[in-house]
Ligand binder design. Structure first.
Ligand SMILES: *Cc1c(COP(=O)(O)O)cnc(C)c1O
Length: 440
């Protein structure tokens, strides 16, 4: 399969190059040149298939031309060593719990898949010292760091904004050591993301180090996120009432997760429409309303993984819909919630249904409550475990939240991080110095 750039200024490239480069040479995002529709027989059989079986079929449509079936099978099975159950919350609303992986957030799926695919390429090519740069507002860093921990030939640099990620999130990528380095940047998430993007654009730096990205722009991270939309449908089809149509609501920041859902729909998955749930960073909602895309600096909220002022996957959505604002509006609607509203939702949802959402899932739950029409049934993506946002959630409900053992284990480790400024030159000199110490 070839991957073209959304900017179309460079030639389409193969899977390995798209995965290693992350971002195309013209700063565009890679897109697979074909999105195959799956046969009706597959959808009819879905409810009887396991998550891994479903994921393999989906993975095969994208990666089957480039990987041996056994290799792909191993990567898929190793990636999905945890379940993503669909849990009924209220009458027509279900939660797709994507937080049962090692770092308790949905990003485990894409990060684990990408780490294994990159590890495969490195072994095959005898590559060494591939440096993965990843900017995080919290969950990406932990998922990527844990996904890549101990993978030979790869060093991971996690860039995170000082004082803007929760204590629990921070310990999930600062306590690992080995091939993982955490960089605490004196700036915002957007500053971290800009440092990473600039590093890829710096010819001098790229001539001296092998750099790649593990942000949701990477095709190996975002395409595997389509797996659980199919599995969600399989579980939903067994529980839904006759005649109901499915609406899927995604709490969105960089829009990688939602874009993977749009791909699933393009492959034939019977989702009627999607809802993008935002916090106050509602650039996408404004685009839906006005047809004009105006990125702006992000503001800090209690759903901090969605504090994004210029969602990187927006260009993929535009590309998928050939810039047709009307068509995009037909498939996606949007809602945005202030911190006060999110607090109220966490509390009401918990009291009324007994289900405790995290602040991100809460936005998506409420968007279904506000947006579902008669004859529709909704799934919201519960993207993280509520204990990842412990102080926030406990202060809202006035009760202790049980911390899963996986999370407690991280909190026992020793935090190690390197403090950096947000100046690119500073970052570049640091990387070069690190790289030299590796070579000599
Ligand atoms: C990353 C993240 C999001 C946003 O996902 P995107 O793919 O960037 O839109 C939502 N919720 C949680 C908990 C996250 O970690």
């Amino acid at each position: 399969m070839k991957y073209y750039s959304t900017n179309r200024q460079v030639q389409a490239t193969g899977l390995q190059e798209a995965v290693i480069k992350g971002l195309a040479g013209d700063r565009g995002l890679f897109m697979p040149e074909r999105i195959k529709r799956l046969p009706a027989s597959f959808f009819a059989a879905l409810p009887d298939l396991s998550f891994q079986e479903i994921a393999f079929v989906v993975a095969d449509t994208f990666f089957g031309e480039d990987l041996e079936p056994e290799t792909l099978q191993t990567i898929v099975c190793d990636t999905l060593n945890f379940d993503t159950p669909l849990v009924p919350v209220s009458n027509h609303i279900y939660s797709l719990e994507l937080f049962h992986g090692p770092t308790l957030a949905f990003k485990d799926v894409g990060a684990r898949f990408m780490a294994r695919l990159l590890g495969h390429f490195i072994r095959k090519q005898g590559l060494t010292e591939v440096n993965v740069l990843v900017a995080t507002s919290g969950d990406t860093g932990s998922a990527v760091a844990n996904g890549f921990l101990g993978v030979e030939g790869i060093h991971v640099y996690v860039l995170y904004p000082k004082g803007k990620v929760s204590a629990i999130q921070e310990c999930q990528f600062t306590t690992l050591g080995r091939n993982i380095t955490a960089l605490e940047v004196d700036g915002t998430f957007d500053d971290c993301q800009a440092l990473v993007k600039n590093a890829f654009m710096d010819a001098d730096l790229n001539g001296r180090m092998q750099l790649t990205s593990a942000n949701s722009i990477n095709v190996a991270r975002f395409l595997p996120q389509a797996f659980y939309y199919f599995y969600a449908y399989a579980q939903w089809a067994k529980q839904a009432r006759k005649g109901e149509q499915l609406v899927v609501c995604v709490p969105s920041g960089n829009f990688g997760n939602l874009t993977a859902g749009l791909f699933a729909k393009r492959m034939g998955l019977p989702v009627k429409r999607f809802i993008a749930a935002n916090n106050r960073n509602d650039i996408f909602l404004q685009y839906l309303q006005s047809g004009v895309y105006t990125p702006r600096p992000s503001v800090a909220t209690i759903a901090n993984a969605m504090d994004v002022g210029d969602p990187s996957n927006f260009v993929r959505i535009l590309d998928l819909y050939a810039n047709d604002h009307q068509a995009i509006k037909q498939d996606i609607s949007g809602f945005s919630y202030t911190d006060d509203a999110i607090r109220a939702v966490v509390s009401t949802c918990y009291r009324q249904t007994g289900y405790l959402p995290d602040p991100h899932g809460a936005c998506a739950y409420q968007a279904l409550v506000d947006g579902l029409k008669p004859d529709e049934s909704g799934i919201f993506l519960e993207t993280a475990h509520p204990a990842k946002f412990l102080e926030t959630v406990e202060s809202i409900i006035g009760e202790k939240v049980e911390i899963p053992t996986k999370l407690q284990d991280f909190m026992k480790g020793e935090k190690q991080r390197v403090e950096r400024s947000k100046a690119f030159d500073d970052f570049k000199q640091y990387l070069l110095a690190e790289n030299l110490s590796v070579i000599y």
